[in-house]
Design a protein around this ligand. Structure first.
Ligand code: COI
Length: 356
């Protein structure tokens, strides 16, 4: 595959910013978008010249393959502003690698790294007023690729659009999260697309999650599809269990997303001398630990969710409340992670990437 010789971007600026109409103290996740977006089309085997243009509606033929077969993948990232006004990304190469891994699984073309980083950085510099400083503030970034070819035979498209949109964000979950352990429904199966950030993975969770919400739970922790005996991930975040002073989390597999926050926490745990066991997590073990008091915490980890403590879970009609923990690992990791992301603390693993 060849691409134009450089990733030079064709830029059209918005004539008026919407930023003055935004109440940054009362943001609902993912509802408001910045002034610009990045767009790049894949036509005849080649990524075309990338563009940045005012955020706007797009038109596609009703036959575009994405509408029929869900050929769509995405990423979740965040940009942060430090107290000196510098803008930072967190491990952006990991997102670039992962979107290409997701794309490959859905028979979609890879997106070149220079297009990705140059496009994203240019977009962030144009919309930099939308990134507020201070821990707790961030700009959520949503890169995604959709199949645009107008054709409805069930086969991969020959044209795609890569887009990046951005949305100012605070917390994804407000307060603690109550979860249901899945007994019947499944998120993903062996050999499937669970590891990919494929749009359909998320749509497939909406119905069972709505049922869980009717029972007072915000999320489901998915169990393995074949036995429903092992806890895997929550779909919006990977999951960690603290048993006494050790952390336990499920291994990455073709059913589980290779979360960037997840792997950063595993590293931070090691830095703090906390043992992490990456192993299959039996439902029975967690229920037993909750009964005998050795289950100290459960928390989720993801880009949007950051680190979200879980206050209760239900399985097989049994409800377990998890008492508050004064020295919680969730608070420790959240503080350390946010301080790295916001350029407050040392970045010994070189995770920060400055947008210059
Ligand atoms: C993210 O954390 O970035 C995700 O993609 C999860 C999404 C459901 C908001």
């Amino acid at each position: 595959m060849t691409n134009p010789s450089n990733s030079e971007i064709d830029i059209v600026k918005s004539s008026k910013s919407k930023i003055k109409d935004v109440d940054f103290n009362n943001l609902v996740f993912g509802r408001i978008f910045t002034d610009h977006m990045f767009v790049c089309d894949f036509i005849d085997g080649v990524w075309q010249q990338p563009k940045i243009m005012p955020y706007q509606a797009m038109s596609f033929e009703p036959s575009a393959r994405v509408f029929h077969y869900g050929q769509a993948v995405f990423e979740g990232m965040k940009a942060y502003k430090d107290e000196n006004g510098k803008i930072w990304l967190f491990r952006p190469d990991e997102n670039h690698k992962r979107i290409n891994k997701s794309a490959a699984r859905l028979a979609m073309p890879e997106f070149p790294r220079d297009y990705f980083l140059n496009g994203l950085e240019t977009l962030l510099k144009m919309d930099k007023e939308w990134i507020k400083s201070g821990i707790g503030n961030s700009l959520y970034i949503r890169p995604f690729v959709i199949a645009t070819e107008p054709a409805i035979s069930a086969s991969p498209a020959n044209s795609y659009r890569f887009i990046i949109i951005c949305s100012p964000a605070k917390a994804y979950y407000s307060g603690k999260v109550r979860v249901l352990f899945a007994e019947k429904y499944s998120r993903s199966a062996n050999g499937g697309v669970g590891f990919a950030k494929a749009a359909g993975n998320y749509a497939a969770q909406f119905y069972p999650t709505a049922l869980a919400q009717e029972k007072g739970y915000q999320q489901i922790i998915w169990t393995d599809a074949s036995s429903h005996e092992f806890l895997e991930e929550a779909g919006t975040m990977n999951i960690f269990f603290r048993i006494n002073d050790s952390l336990v989390t499920a291994p990455i597999s073709d059913r589980i997303l290779d979360g960037i926050t997840r792997k950063s926490i595993i590293q931070l745990a090691e830095d703090n001398g906390i043992t992490v066991e990456v192993k299959r997590v039996p439902v029975t073990e967690i229920k037993e630990a909750a009964r005998n008091g050795s289950l100290k915490e459960i928390f989720g980890a993801g880009t949007a969710a950051v680190i979200s403590p879980i206050s209760a879970f239900e399985h097989a009609e049994e409800v377990f409340e998890i008492p508050d923990n004064e020295d919680s690992y969730a608070s420790l990791f959240k503080k350390q992670l946010l301080e790295i992301q916001h350029n407050v603390s040392q970045d010994k693993h070189h995770w920060r990437h400055e947008v210059k």
